[in-house]
Design a protein around this ligand. Sequence first.
Ligand code: ADP
Length: 777
Amino acid sequence: MNVEELSGLAPGAVSHFREQGIESLYPPQAAAVEAGVLEGENLVAAVPTASGKTMIAALAMLSAIERGGKALYIVPLRALASEKKAEFDAYEAFGVSVGVTTGNYESTSDWLASRDIIVATSEKVDSLVRNGADWLTDLTCVVSDEVHLIDDRSRGPTLEVTLAKLRKLNPTLQTVALSATVGNAAELADWLEADLVDTDWRPIDLRMGVHYGNALNFDDGSTREVPVEGTEKQEAALVRDILDEGGSSLVFVSSRRNAEAAARDLSSVTTRALTDDERTDLAALADEIRDVSDTETSEDLAACVERGAAFHHAGLASEHRSLVEDAFRDRLLKLIAATPTLAAGVNTPARRVIVRDWRRFDPSAGGMTPLPVLEVHQMMGRAGRPGLDPYGEAVLLAKGHEDMNELFDRYVWAEPEAVRSKLAAEPALRTHVLATIASGFARTREGLLDFLAETLYASQTTERGRLESVTDDVLQYLEANDFIEREGETASEGSDGFVSADELAGEPSSVELQATSLGHTVSRLYLDPMSAAEIVHGLESTDDRPTALGCYQLIARTPDMYELYLRSGEDEQYAELFYERESELLGDAPSEFEDVRFEDWLAALKTGKLLEDWANEEEESRLTDRYRIGPGDLRGKVDTAEWLLGAAESLAAEIDSEWTVAVREARARVEHGVREELLELVGIRGVGRKRARQLYAAGLETPADLRTADKGVVLGALKGTKTAETILENAGREDPSMDGVEERSGDGNGGVERAGGAPADEPDEEPTKNQSSLGDF
Ligand code: ADP
């Protein structure tokens, strides 16, 4: 089908597609049109990676908008939100506006009411529903990208519940679900009352195979000789072989450390294939990478990049990731060694994909377990760039003949698994039941069960009564922790006011379930109720003002913070720290004889200590070394801590705790990575932790000091005239010019005139919070 034949789109849309090189529809796209995607029909499209699913989404959204509607595009990862937004921004040429919203789970983002297309993560959409964003009821089309992630234990339930809620809010909503090829696409389509396009079609040939000995054996029976020379590794031979014909490789491995090691090893292969021009460009790219952050990871990455290879994993800073992805797409980088996170959607195809590790460490199994077929197929699907490569090749590695047969059976010939709902897992249900009650989606137990009946879980479960019994357990937990209460019922209430699950189950339908004020706060804050319970209990259990470490360890204990693991030998080290600082920790410590609980407690202490070290102004690179984490991990922990401490502050206010200020201070310190005395200075835009420390050392302690200080001292502390001027201006100094000013070292008083011994930090103006930069990162 030619794009000119498409009807119901804005006049400029067709020419836009043509400019993108889309002249005629791919078969799955044509099938979607036939299924009515342009007329508002629901659709599940289960199509291989890189086979034009975005175009199907575009057709649905643009036709909905042309009919006067509004569309929402749900992405699984934040990193993908900005990528999709950039892609859809091109529609502005024909009058379609686009907005993106991620993070900040407390805002309803009202400005989005005026946008035609909104891109958001499933967590953000869930929070928008909870916070009652008005514009949600204006939606006429929702697209859910990578919908097979409903199977994901930690994030799947949110997507599942969010889709069910959106569909309940707007019964006429068009739902378009985009999925990788999965075992039960028809079941997903039934659940969403949708038509189904389920196909293996790909725009570019994919040959899957297994390398063993000196040959690559493909699924179509053909072979290709790829000899392994001397002590060379199989993957090195495969990379070299494809480079010889101008192709790039993507190597998937099981861990971050393996990704870094593989990139380092394989860079000795890629470096041999570089031209002089490429070397120059790669050296410039390496400098850009070093500029992003001053850490070992950054340096290691730059060293690989100079040689034409890179690693890619979730521990990288996002700037690192996009530099690497762009250079790989531009064919400047010849190889990426990645963990599977990349396969989830970032568009980085390569001529040859090598799935080196097909087992991964699974803590719940206590050992290495094989990856799901679905995941391996997604990695393999990254092979082949339409228009650039003649075909794509995806390769697994076998050590022996039997190995090879196993890999063919396990992955090459195998069908991907079915998507199974994970909603019945308790943390998921706990969170979503509270949210469903708090946002008024359900007001009675029956209403709640009716709503849950709309989920994929309900359509898949064969165990009768299971959903009901877990729901009752959850209701009991929520009530015991004072997050919900029942109204309009007296008969079955016991004298203690507490209601058992049986009583709840048997209660008449007139009984209203309501969130308490605390419950509303928890739901609005987007916390797991168990995290909230832990924080509330921790704050209530102390008579002394909590220290920063106390606050940090408390939030590190919650299920919303991924703790650092204890490495071997570290239990003793942290047990020692625990005894030293036990009095600072909030809540009831488990006894050291309760092995698992005690170890969790120490792991939280380790995470808390990392945050304390950061807030004590320790160098980023020392922390990443000491805790053996990447700069992206440190950033992630700091972000999560900021969010959880912000939530803890709201909870403290809610329960009338006297420790609100202590929590706020702990939060501000972790946000900026500074000791208490620098908090005012980092409130100035352009002043990060390092500059604040330099100013303070020169005796300049507050924004007010900067307004009256001797300019020479400011210049001496900050170096750089331009920086000094900008910062003085941001601090509100009338004449920030540094013309003719000479550097002076501070006299410890910062050249500040302190009339009559008045304190230097007279609060004549609130420092502008939230504008400070983390530029030192
Ligand atoms: P998916 O979302 O399925 O992983 P994309 O939608 O990103 O894949 O499509 C992969 C590439 O194919 C994109 O570069 C896109 O522009 C291109 N493409 C999509 N549809 C067509 C088409 N009908 N003709 C030519 N190119 C297309």
